[in-house]
Design a binder for this molecule. Structure first.
Ligand code: ADP
Length: 411
């Protein structure tokens, strides 16, 4: 990297998942402008790809890459960064870190001490944290002067009321950090801000149920901008059924399968994280679009969709009770944003809570999909975790906090 001095701070956001690394580049001025997005997809598969879309021609490409594992993918990303940016051109890198454990709730600079502590936290999320740590270490190794900031997905729920936080198991485990943490916090923080922009601060301070329904899916009950309860727990496996995760189960199942099937704890963990949810019930696909396409001719696909919608509806009822009422319902995530059928089935029968969908608006994925008469406005929003990370990085670096962005995509 050659040295360069620049006017507008540039922030690269990194979101490392188990089979992908997503990135986005933002320029911070009066607003946060996204100038590039992309990442490495299908890590570990022969058809791994490095894709970028940006405002410069050089930033638009799709390359087949050899990334047999995460380390190789990280190496490819580091090489590209070294080539693409001159020294000093990047102000900071913001990482999504899935689990902050009991200690980390605020976005903050990544230090050697923090990385050591994150290593200790790995048992909380062995499926995401190791990859995320690898990424921060790789950046540190290759670009030692570059500021790195960690933004925790658990942070939004850090102050859950005790009744929502405490798991009803022997108290001794709580002292060891075993409790409900909740996830999708960057998405929820964004949705609350965006709701304030769209419907006003008063609406955003009301009793909200936010349903982030993607491959990973969860709901949050929010009041006065704060998380009051959320469906995921100690790990992202809990709550509603997801693409391949089971969501909540009867804890007695562990011992039952251990006795009847000789299933080990490791196998059980694999089953509930990678072979359950939509995939487990349908036996064919973890993808909601596929299942909706097939539901009329495959009862297993129909049942997978039905179980998903039923469980989400149940959690909405539970959270309306936790909030003593409901003022706004928000759908987000790939399924929440794009599937009128799923939204309609979830909301069917929720008239008693004041929820009434407008069929036409729902069918065309409008921003507001409830009827004029509906007591509870029901909204569809495009969430933007990357934008939230960039905003948090600006806060940590004292760059001022942009309120909204031209790149916000909410309909
Ligand atoms: P992730 O949690 O990996 O970010 P996404 O938020 O992209 O996932 O959501 C992926 C899910 O959204 C998949 O189940 C996909 O089938 C579903 N999805 C996307 N578009 C549609 C659509 N038009 N109808 C139904 N489901 C959709």
């Amino acid at each position: 990297m050659a040295t360069v001095k620049q006017a507008n701070p540039r922030i690269l956001t990194i979101n490392g998942g188990s089979s992908s690394i997503k990135m986005a580049l933002f320029e911070a001025g009066d607003s946060l402008r996204r100038t590039l997005e992309g990442g490495i997809e299908r890590i570990g598969q022969p058809e791994a790809k490095f894709v970028a879309k940006g405002s410069n021609q050089a930033d638009n490409f799709t390359r087949s890459v050899t990334a047999a594992n995460h380390s190789e993918a990280v190496g490819i990303l580091m090489d590209w960064i070294e080539e693409r940016f001159r020294r000093g051109e990047l102000t900071a890198v913001g990482h999504r870190v899935v689990h902050g454990g009991p200690k980390y709730s605020e976005p903050q600079r990544i230090t050697t001490e923090m990385v050591e502590e994150l290593h200790q936290l790995q048992p909380f999320d062995p499926d995401h944290l190791p990859e995320e740590i690898l990424l921060t270490e790789a950046f540190h190794h290759r670009f030692p002067d570059l500021v790195q900031v960690a933004c925790f997905d658990t942070a939004f729920h850090h102050e859950l009321p005790r009744v929502a936080q405490l798991l009803p198991i022997p108290r001794v485990y709580e002292a060891k950090g075993v409790r409900r943490y909740g996830f999708h916090g960057l998405s929820y923080a964004y949705l609350v801000e965006e709701l304030s922009r769209l419907a006003g601060p008063q609406a955003a301070r009301g009793r909200l149920i936010l349903a982030h329904l993607g491959n990973g899916a969860s709901l949050a009950a929010v009041y006065e901008g704060k998380s009051v309860d959320t469906s995921m727990g100690l790990t992202p496996t809990g709550g509603v059924p997801m693409s391949t995760r089971s969501g909540d189960l009867d804890p007695g199942l562990v011992w039952y399968l251990a006795r009847t099937e000789k299933i080990t704890a490791k196998k059980f963990n694999e089953m509930v994280n990678f072979q359950s949810g939509l995939l487990g019930v349908s036996e064919t696909s973890s993808d909601m679009r596929d299942l909706l396409d097939r539901e009329t001719r495959d009862v297993r696909a129909a049942e997978a969709v039905a179980v998903f919608c039923y469980q989400v509806k149940k959690w909405i009822g539970a959270f309306a009770a936790a909030l003593s009422g409901l003022d706004t319902l928000v759908f987000a995530g790939g399924i929440g944003e794009n599937s009128p059928k799923v939204r309609a089935r979830i909301c069917d029968g929720l008239g008693f809570l004041g929820i009434e969908l407008d069929e036409k608006r729902n069918a065309s994925n409008e921003g507001l999909i409830s009827t004029v008469a509906s007591r509870v406005p029901v909204r569809v929003m495009h969430t933007d975790e990357e934008w939230m990370i960039a905003k948090m990085v600006c806060g940590v670096l004292g760059l001022g906090a942009p309120k909204e962005s031209s790149s916000m995509k909410t309909r």
